[in-house]
Ligand binder design. Structure first.
Ligand code: IPE
Ligand code: IPE
Ligand code: MG
Length: 262
């Protein structure tokens, strides 16, 4: 490793130790990994080069999140609305994703990360589906970090699936409450995200965790996803530590705690 890079790495490491010691670390961080296309365009590269670099960044951020003490990390890689893109780009994204899953499962396992998936695996290439399911199965006993890949996911599609599943279960209308809905979502085994990060300077949620983000804190940054490094994750966590979460209660009230699945 180049001396300057190693020095920089040590600085970030010290910063991470400080942040982990000083700030309330969000239990669940969810990231809208946006800006791959613009990252590539700025360099005169094809969009797929941006997706490649963006996907390579997943390892960096996963490692940093685990070191910070984040317990749940959810990364949004592909929206059901992204099927609107040109076929060439979609095929490339799916290929890059299949490659990264194959390549990174050993490392995830070594780090004690458990891979999960939210979204739909239906309609995907059988190889990609099999790669995702195999990685989930191989890492199922790990518990240092729960890494959830939101892939072929959107919040509205998830709500439609939940409503169908509630109806199919025969639940009466009167019995439907927050808990029933939460337990029919893809996220049934995840706490709601404490912090949602969106890169690339867009100030919107674009159909991400619509139900689960009711009381999430948001961190928006102009940084494009391939450039979003551990230093900025630390900054987002520090910023989270400065927020005053009230869940509808009043400032400083310790009983202003989550109601369901929060
Ligand atoms: C995010 O990067 C990745 C996906 C949505 C699949 P984009 O591809 O949306 O990049 P921009 O927003 O065009 O820069
Ligand atoms: C959101 O980004 C989806 C992912 C990052 C996976 P988009 O690029 O699809 O969102 P819009 O189109 O800018 O709202
Ligand atoms: Mg985008």
């Amino acid at each position: 490793m180049h001396a300057a890079t190693s020095e920089q790495g040590e600085k970030v490491q010290t910063e991470m130790n400080l942040v982990a010691a000083e700030s309330p670390v969000p239990r669940h961080v969810a990231i809208i990994m946006d800006g791959n296309g613009r990252w590539a365009a700025q360099r005169g590269l094809p969009r797929l080069a941006g997706h490649q670099h963006g996907t390579d960044n997943i390892r960096r951020i996963t490692t940093a999140a685990a070191e910070l003490g984040v317990k749940y990390l959810t990364l949004w890689a592909f929206s059901t609305d992204n099927w609107r893109r040109p076929k060439h780009e979609i095929d490339g994204i799916l290929r890059i994703l299949a490659e990264v899953i194959e390549r990174e499962t050993d490392e995830l396992n070594r780090q004690g990360a458990q891979l999960r998936h939210i979204g739909s695996l239906d309609g995907l290439e059988p190889e990609l589906r099999a790669a995702v399911l195999a990685a989930i199965d191989r890492t199922r006993h790990n518990d240092r970090l729960i890494l959830t890949l939101a892939f072929n996911y959107s919040g509205r599609q998830e709500l439609i699936a939940a409503v169908r599943s509630i109806i199919a279960s025969g639940t009466s209308a009167a019995a439907v409450d927050e808990e029933v809905i939460a337990t029919h979502l893809f996220t049934r085994n995840l706490p709601d995200p404490d912090l949602i990060v969106r890169t690339s300077g867009e100030y919107r949620i674009s159909n991400f965790l619509l139900w689960q983000s009711a009381y999430s804190e948001f961190y928006f940054t102009p940084t494009l996803w391939p450039d979003f490094g551990p230093d900025e994750l630390c900054e987002a966590v520090r910023e989270f530590g400065r927020r005053d979460r009230r869940f509808g209660g009043v400032h400083g009230d310790p009983s202003a705690a989550p109601l369901v699945n929060r």
